[in-house]
Write a new protein. Sequence first.
Length: 96
Amino acid sequence: IYRELEDVIQGITSIGMFFTYFYTRKCMWSTPANIKTTAASIKRFYKYLYEVNVIQKDDYQLLCNIIKTDMESWQYECAVFNGDIEDESYEELPFY
């Protein structure tokens, strides 16, 4: 609602913001485990887009690399936000 629509290529680079901000804060059911399963679903969707030639192989590989490298930090952010982990240095993003 607060942002313009993005195409599937822009969605690849926005996935980090989706998991660290929107999903963690706006979806009441967000847990570190749920982030992993949701990311797997997004990955399968993008694999389909690659198979039907909507995106290129490099785009799909970029998404896979982002998910692989950032998953742990997304899960950590969610655990801290949910109160499962205490982190003195954690700065919460403003709530919109």
